[in-house]
Design a binder for this molecule. Structure first.
Ligand SMILES: Nc1ncnc2c1ncn2[C@@H]1O[C@H](COP(=O)(O)OP(=O)(O)OP(=O)(O)O)[C@@H](O)[C@H]1O
Ligand SMILES: [Mg+2]
Length: 308
């Protein structure tokens, strides 16, 4: 099977409201696929349909070769899910939460115990194993949820914001684990609001907003196509002055974008842009020249308005 997830004209309606508007995408076996978008874009809704927790309103959705619908255990037993809310039992210990999940996968007591131990070590949670979940910090809870999701040795791992609230050390640990799982052949669907994370981990991604796919591709493709390889960042830029900069280089291949009060000039050929600004005596005394990033692509595609 080449495609682990296939969505065709996938729609989700809640009453009159359409949260997902007929999206098409597919996820290849062994890939890490990023589902990116601002708050309310429809990421978790899409994930809930993939995890067989919510009904597909129309269109087609197959997961691991089977049609997704609520309660499809054939799919559910092959998935590992880190949902946006963690649903750990606060009165049980970390180890008990992880071990108990083995029951869902039909594991016996011994197998569940040894698998849970392996995963607590894998996520560096062994020392916290006998503490009640209610006493854990947010980052530790997130790691416990990841351990639990891996109990059934899933073929497809769904990660809905797995690193939200983690400190930089814990994020690096989780990234390393995600890479290790990928090397073992696990397919991963990832949502995140950290664009650096998506840029590092995703082989392929879609950017969605208001339930519609805006762009798809590899992080590198999207950067080249949507903005360009380099960025000239002018912080605290006066709008009138910014406009005169943009006007003076309009014949060059430049994409301009405001991020707050900073003006971003993007191009894959920056030297002529700087030369032109110098000739026009418009080059600011302070600017920052850097590589363009997936965050630039995201902001360019989804705009500046806050959601919901
Ligand atoms: N059960 C529900 N009933 C009605 N509307 C819902 C329901 N669940 C989600 N929505 C709406 O569907 C839209 C998409 O929500 P969703 O949770 O999929 O967004 P998201 O992309 O995961 O956002 P976030 O980044 O904030 O997690 C939102 O407008 C949300 O309010
Ligand atoms: Mg969500």
């Amino acid at each position: 099977m080449a495609q682990v997830i296939e969505a065709e004209h996938l729609v989700k309606r809640y009453g009159d409201f359409e949260a997902v508007h007929g999206i098409d995408f597919s996820v290849s076996e062994g890939a890490c696929f990023g589902l990116l978008g601002p708050n309310g874009a429809g990421k978790s809704t899409t994930i809930r349909m993939i995890c067989c927790l919510a009904e597909v309103s129309s269109g087609r959705l197959t997961v691991l070769g089977h049609e997704a619908h609520p309660g499809n255990l054939t799919i559910k037993r092959q998935l590992g899910v880190v949902s946006q809310e963690d649903y750990l039992d606060p009165s049980l210990t970390v180890r008990e939460n992880v071990e108990l999940h083995g029951r869902f996968y039909g594991m016996g007591y011994r197998e569940a115990k040894s698998r849970a131990q392996e995963l607590l070590v894998f996520l560096q949670l062994e020392e916290k194993g006998s503490e009640q979940v209610r006493s854990l910090s947010g980052g530790m809870r997130r790691r416990a949820v990841i351990a639990r999701a891996l109990m059934g040795r899933p073929r497809l791992l769904i990660l809905d914001e797995p690193t939200t609230g983690l400190d930089p050390q814990a994020r690096i640990l989780v990234w390393r684990k995600i890479r290790e799982l990928k090397q073992e052949g696990v397919t991963i669907l990832l949502t995140t609001h950290y664009m650096d994370e998506a840029q590092r981990l995703a082989d392929d991604l879609v950017v969605i907003d208001h339930g519609t796919i805006l762009e798809r591709g590899t992080p590198g493709d999207l950067i080249n196509r949507v903005v360009g390889t380099e960025c000239l960042e002018i912080a605290e830029c006066d709008p009138g002055y910014g406009q005169s900069l943009v006007d003076s280089i309009q014949l060059l291949q430049v994409v301009s974008d405001w991020q707050g009060d900073s003006l971003m000039l993007f191009s894959s050929d920056m030297d002529p842009v700087i030369a032109r600004l110098q000739e026009e005596k418009l080059l600011p005394t302070q600017y920052y020249r850097r590589r363009a990033s997936l965050e630039d692509v995201f902001l360019r595609l989804t705009g500046r308005d806050l959601r919901e």
